[in-house]
Ligand binder design. Structure first.
Ligand code: HAM
Length: 408
């Protein structure tokens, strides 16, 4: 029988890739704690409507990328394509707004999008997302962008932070009008998808990746020139805070994001090496209200863990590995030594096979042991262990009782 393969776009994460994955996750999580974010574990499945209402009906995600299914009672459900919609649903359902003046949540887990798989793009991928509910102050926008900058710095990743403001209910309609007007003049250069977007969601034409579309929108009107007073001040203040914090950024007037819930500030970190977006986010000041909660401004971002992992070059050094090798009738003593070493917090492997010293050392090398701990009849009798450094070849004898006091 042919062997089974994983489903296209669904991948196993292990070995070096997993080490990088965990390193990214641990680094981001520890930073989130310093910024006083609290974790929330959200369901992987929500009612389909949660995503339709929040991400928007006329977005790629909702129109063609969701894993949608009916449960046994015929209700339409979806695997979450992102975390913000569920976080907002949870914020409202659990009345988190009643607990604190503002609420800072983070979540981590798998997301699902039916996209065409390629390097760094999967159908099941993982995000760590952070959301702040309850404040419109541009300080928060600046702080979120500062976090993105710190994540990149801590992980040694070279990326450019791009920012833009896409306005609000007051100013966006007049910009949309101006943009639609402009797009009418360049219809001959737009791809089929953008011809459709032009009427339904014109802002999305601005970040189309097709060359002719990119060329066609070069002279398009800019949202920043249409911002209302409130949005303009908000954006200007944000930029002054970023300067105060010495956060380098680039304004990208074509940055609009692929999800409909955004207002005012949007931002992305784009890898300098691969040109792909690795962290992305923005404000969504109406979403809580639109989903049935009290009017609550909010902002957040999500880190694509696989995408960042691809860019991580150096991992922190692992704990040294001790390989315990018993010879002769010494298993009882070896068990004691193994336990003691693990009690001391050491990473221990052991040989399950009986073989001569040469074979055992070969095995230790294959398992990448840093030390071997040799336990023979002599060691058992004298209550000692012989420990050999596999890098230097140095060997020494240590008394079992003194083990805990030795600097291994
Ligand atoms: P997003 O831009 O759709 O935003 O996704 C955020 C990040 O998830 C991307 O920058 C990328 O690193 C990663 N990502 C997205 N799709 C894939 C994929 N198919 N394979 C691998 N990685 C992927 C959001 O999801 C928003 N919820 C972010 C946010 C939070 N905005 C406000 N709060």
């Amino acid at each position: 029988m042919a062997e089974f393969q994983s489903v296209r776009g669904f991948h196993d994460i292990f070995g070096q890739e997993l080490k990088k994955f965990r390193y990214v996750s641990d680094t981001v999580r520890s930073l989130l704690k310093l910024y006083n974010f609290e974790e929330i574990i959200l369901p992987v499945v929500e009612y389909l409507e949660v995503f339709q209402r929040s991400i928007g009906e006329v977005t790629d995600i909702v129109q063609k990328e969701m894993f949608v299914f009916q449960d046994r009672k015929g209700r339409w459900l979806a695997l979450r394509p992102e975390g913000t919609a569920g976080a907002v649903r949870a914020y409202i359902q659990n009345r988190l707004y009643a607990l604190k003046p503002y609420v800072k949540l983070f979540y981590e887990g798998p997301m699902f999008r039916y996209e065409r798989p390629q390097a760094g793009r999967y159908r099941q991928f993982h995000q760590i997302g952070a959301e702040v509910f309850g404040t419109l102050d541009p300080q928060v926008d600046a702080q979120m962008i500062e976090m993105v900058h710190t994540i990149l710095t801590k992980l040694g990743i070279s990326a450019t932070i791009e920012i833009n403001s896409i306005g609000c209910r007051v100013c966006r309609p007049s910009y949309k009008k101006a943009l639609s007007h402009y797009l009418e003049d360049v219809v001959g250069h737009l791809c089929d998808v953008c011809l459709d977007r032009k009427d339904k969601n014109p802002l999305r034409v601005l970040d189309c990746k097709v060359e002719t579309c990119k060329e066609a929108v070069k002279q398009a009107p800019k949202m920043v020139d249409y911002l209302c007073q409130e949005c303009a001040t908000h954006y200007e203040t944000l930029r002054s805070y970023l300067d105060m914090l010495s956060i380098p950024y680039r304004e990208n007037h074509h940055l609009v994001r692929g999800l409909d819930y955004y207002t005012k500030t949007v931002f992305e970190a784009v890898s300098d090496e691969l040109g792909i977006t690795i962290i992305a986010g923005g404000r969504y000041d109406y979403l809580v209200e639109e989903m049935g909660g009290p009017p609550t401004p909010a902002i957040g971002f999500a880190v694509g863990i696989e995408r960042i992992s691809m860019l991580v070059k150096d991992l922190p050094q692992e704990e040294p590995l001790y390989m315990v090798i018993p010879f002769g009738d010494t298993l009882d003593y070896a068990f004691e030594v193994i336990k003691k070493l693990r009690d001391m917090g050491k990473r221990v492997e052991t040989s399950y096979k009986k073989a001569n010293l040469k074979k055992q050392l070969e095995l230790a090398n294959k398992l990448k042991a840093d030390y071997v701990v040799l336990i023979g009849e002599d060691e058992k009798r004298q209550n000692t262990i012989t420990i050999k450094n596999m890098h230097t070849g140095m060997q020494e004898s240590i008394s079992f009782r003194e083990l805990a006091h030795e600097r291994l």
